[in-house]
Ligand binder design. Structure first.
Ligand code: NI
Length: 139
């Protein structure tokens, strides 16, 4: 396990109080754990600023599968993306609506491009890219 270093910081009392509530409401054992997660989140966002960074992501889609040719277009983009698409999960929500989760992995710019192309298709009701990390640079 990596050595732990201690940081001390100063911040306005009201901010500290709000952060205390934030950590407690989310069930963190202590403020340090909450702060570590916030730092990790910021660092993952930083990773994505490098277009060539190796990242991972999930793209969640909701769409009506009756929309003409939509399913074919989604499939075509995924085929074009090749190894960027690691896996997909499809759930038939009801008679009309499908939910699809696409796991993506590759360069940040390529992952973002695939997500943008699918999200822009007519008939996609909601598309949400969850940008995460391969985890190698986080502890
Ligand atoms: Ni379906």
């Amino acid at each position: 396990m990596e050595e732990v270093t201690r940081l001390s910081m100063s911040l306005p009392r009201s901010l500290a109080t709000r952060f205390q509530h934030y950590a407690k409401e989310r069930g963190y054992a202590n403020r340090s754990e909450a702060l570590r997660d916030l730092i990790r989140h910021a660092l993952v966002q930083e990773e994505w600023k490098d277009p060539n960074a190796a990242v991972a992501a999930t793209l969640t889609l909701v769409y009506d599968h009756h929309t003409r040719t939509l399913k074919d277009k989604i499939t075509a983009i995924q085929h074009d993306a090749g190894p960027l698409v690691v896996s997909t999960l499809h759930v038939h929500l009801d008679h009309h609506n499908c939910l699809e989760v696409v796991v993506l992995r590759g360069k940040a710019k390529e992952v973002q491009h695939v997500a943008d192309r699918i999200a822009a298709l007519r008939g996609i009701k909601h598309a949400q890219l969850s940008a995460t990390t391969e985890g190698k640079q986080l502890v």
